[in-house]
Ligand binder design. Sequence first.
Ligand code: SF4
Ligand code: SF4
Length: 242
Amino acid sequence: MQRDPERGGLRLTDCPAGSGALFEVWRGRRSAHDRCAFFPVPNPALPPSRRLPDGGAVNPSEQLCLACGLCCDGTLFDLVKLEGGDDATKLKALGLPVKVSRGKAPIARFPQPCSALCEDRTCRLYTDRPWQCRVFECGILKDAKAGRMTFAAALQLVKKARRRADKVRRLLRELGDTEEHRALGERFHRMSDRLEFGNADADANAKFADLSLVVHHLKLQALNKFYTKTEAPAPAPARRAD
Ligand code: SF4
Ligand code: SF4
């Protein structure tokens, strides 16, 4: 799935999201909080539990996104397209693995899980983040901000989705997929191809059935709660060409 407004995909938000902990561990490096410029203004009046490591204040929307990260960690999307105002060269220099497709209308994009995620689910490139990262808000965040849902209820939905995504990752690992740098949708499709045309044993088949069910519930939740009605994604998840 991709965030692609022209093709009915979604846009990123200016949230600081992402399952940075997993991603950073996969690559064997830790995030540097001093490079996470998400909340640059310290507010010493707030209690410690309401501040980020750099001292910045956290509002309810930001708290929700910091507990979530699903729109940056490869759960909801598998890539982010750059737009006209984005400086692909600069973003590459900052560490985003931007690739440009060949053809008459080249498309610049970078894959998820995003390499800019920090352990605390802030965005390492916050001040330089791409346009789509600045404008996307998922349905849950929009509903909470508009008062159609409490932030507490939104947090419960986020936690539920994260539990499902974690279970998908665990089952994929148990089935032999350790490609944690790929988006969940892509990993699931690759596993489907492998098991549906291979000679899987009974245990693998049982795990794959379990995996398929969790993916189904996660997709339903994403469609009903995270993807916004006006920006519904294309019916089939996009799959990376490379
Ligand atoms: S709450 Fe929505 S906008 Fe915020 S990190 Fe999660 S998916 Fe992204
Ligand atoms: S640059 Fe990466 S971590 Fe930052 S908001 Fe965009 S997708 Fe999320």
